[in-house]
Ligand binder design. Sequence first.
Ligand SMILES: [Zn+2]
Length: 202
Amino acid sequence: MSHKYPDSMEELVTLFKTLPGVGRRSAERIVLSIQKWPAEKTKRLAVLLNEMPDRIGKCPECANFAMDGALCSICASPSRDPSIVCIVEDSSQIQNIENSGMFKGKYHVLGGKISPLQGRELSELNVPSLKERIQKGAIREVVMAFSFDIEGQATAACLAEILKDMNVKITRLARGLPVGSDISYVDSATIAAALSGRTGME
Ligand SMILES: [Zn+2]
């Protein structure tokens, strides 16, 4: 195969092509666009990418994205209500719930959902630190914000079972989210409605 671009550009195209939703043509367009950037901007991008593996990790409290081992911006914020915690599958869902503007509490990232088919159990998820947080006593309510698919709802049911003796109110998002929907992609108005209409889990 003859190379259309210099080797390093070709390698960049190959890397960008592995991003979600980016095909060969889009990857080429991205690389050609970066190639036109001022040197300062390109070097800043390189610095940020270079730091990423070492500096971006998990918040020690909620497992959201955080920098340098510190608390995430939500856990660190004094204006967030520590008595209500929204449990999500992944950090990527937090931004979408934040966009709804309806939630003023804190979060807990479970790191996935149980999957009988893939043999993934609740014990593999970030549950012990959630129990620890509840045991500290500041949390009055946990809101299960899982996707409305079989795995998401099974996770909510298992988790509710584990937390039921922990003196904390357990609620879940109101029905109204489309069946099978992933919280990451639901529009903010729908999330806002599901949050305000949340119901207790018995
Ligand atoms: Zn946090």
